[in-house]
Design a protein around this ligand. Structure first.
Ligand code: XMP
Length: 311
């Protein structure tokens, strides 16, 4: 790919499509939405409003970190607190696809409201090729796929969607991020799914369970920093297992799975051969620092037959 040409063409496309109107985009802090944010601001400057939807399903301190990353680039990020709206939409839902659909519908209806308020008629979105392939193949409902499966965003939610990254895979997005001058902490960041920690928690995604997995994800990210991997994270299982507290009393505790994979483009993946001392440290910290957890597992499954995330 000629990265400079890609940027030139897409800046022109966004300018032409939006014209003198207004666009809005959702920035999650991941590389795809970060690239779209930088590309959009390069194309239309302040005609683009960048919003961070705080759905309560993000990693620790994500809203503050994202705003602080984009401020030096002259891009203001408006943080909108939607935690209650998302948690009530997800309440009681355990089925993985129902959860993804509830997330997607809440995501777009919230955005519909924000877009209406802002007067924008376009939503700039960082959908990439694997998102479409997986949704159209029926593997899972990615949160950002609408038109490709016959949902008209204008009729349903009141805006048109612009998707400049639609033909790219992750390595291409990273190249564009670097060319746009985004810091390495963004361009090389591990992918994080749109429905956030809801994909890393089997069963109901309620505030208490999300908090457990948030702590575990943070520990995994800290302990695997510097390890070559496409993604390293933690997942909270729905079941519990019998365990023992330090004083010898019985505990029916939560189970955390550590997942660490190598991948080129997320279409296939291999488990990373983590060293024993890293695995032991992960167990020690996760079971030691998170009271509710009494068992830690490491996932050895490639994609296929598994997928990278758990729902
Ligand atoms: P799977 O779990 O399908 O994940 O093997 C492939 C890649 O996509 C990420 N992922 C998502 N990204 N919205 C996203 O933006 C989603 O709904 C979603 N689900 C999975 C996942 O983290 C991996 O990098």
């Amino acid at each position: 790919m000629d990265v400079k040409q890609f940027i030139y063409d897409n800046v022109a496309m966004i300018r032409e499509t939006v014209g003198s109107g207004k666009a809005i985009n959702a920035l999650s802090g991941g590389v795809d939405s970060s690239v779209v944010t930088a590309l959009g601001h390069k194309a239309i400057g302040d005609q683009l409003e960048t919003v961070f939807l705080d759905d309560g399903l993000m990693r620790e301190k994500e809203p503050e970190t994202v705003a602080a990353t984009f401020e030096p680039l002259g891009i203001r990020v408006k943080i909108v607190d939607l935690k209650d709206r998302f948690f009530s939409a997800l309440k009681g839902i355990e089925d993985p696809e129902d959860k993804r659909k509830a997330f997607r519908d809440t995501f777009y209806s919230s955005f519909g409201d924000i877009v209406k308020e802002s007067g924008a008629s376009y939503l700039l979105q960082g959908t990439i090729k694997p998102d479409i392939i997986e949704t159209t193949k029926g593997v899972k409902t990615q949160h950002n796929i609408l038109e490709q499966i016959g949902i008209d965003p204008e009729a349903g939610y009141g805006f048109k969607v612009i998707e400049p990254l639609i033909d790219l895979f992750k390595p291409g997005v990273r190249q564009v991020a670097t060319e746009l001058g985004l810091p390495e902490s963004v361009s090389q960041r591990m992918p994080f799914p749109g429905p956030g920690l809801a994909t890393r928690c089997l069963g109901e995604a309620n505030p208490e369970r999300i908090e457990i997995v948030r702590k575990a994800v943070k520990i995994v990210e800290e302990e695997t920093e510097g390890i070559t991997a496409f993604q390293c994270f933690a997942v909270l299982l729905k079941d519990r297992a019998t365990g023992m507290k330090a004083d010898g009393s019985r505990e029916f505790g939560h189970i955390i799975v550590v997942r660490c994979v190598e991948s080129e483009d997320a279409m296939t993946a291999q488990p990373v051969h983590l060293q024993w001392d890293v695995l032991r440290k992960l167990e020690k910290r996760i079971a030691g620092e998170i009271d509710e957890v009494s068992r830690v597992l490491y996932d050895l499954t490639p994609k296929p037959p598994a997928t990278i995330e758990y729902i």
